[in-house]
Design a binder for this molecule. Structure first.
Ligand SMILES: [Zn+2]
Length: 87
């Protein structure tokens, strides 16, 4: 399985601080999806580089998005996740 690396390890910065136009809202699952894994887990701050303030907001919005069924809880709930080999 090819893992798509979105964030380069050496250049870390908070995307929400860097781009004030980037909405941090549960209504934008397309953006929130960048901060969760394929399996729907929230990616740790040390990986994404998001600052503590925005990570906190992000976590809240992701959880809210889950309740609104805009984001997946696990990969089993997603219809668009390709079948993964468990072997
Ligand atoms: Zn920030």
């Amino acid at each position: 399985m090819a893992f798509k690396r979105r964030f380069t390890p050496r250049r870390k910065f908070c995307r929400f601080c860097a781009d004030s136009d980037l909405p941090l809202n549960y209504k934008r699952p397309d953006i929130l999806r960048d901060f969760v894994t394929e399996r729907g887990k929230i990616i740790a701050r040390r990986i994404t580089g998001t600052c503590s303030h925005h990570q906190r907001l992000l976590t809240t919005e992701i959880k809210r998005a889950r309740q609104m069924a805009l984001l997946i809880f696990t990969s089993t709930h997603a219809s668009d996740v390709k079948k993964k080999s468990t072997l």
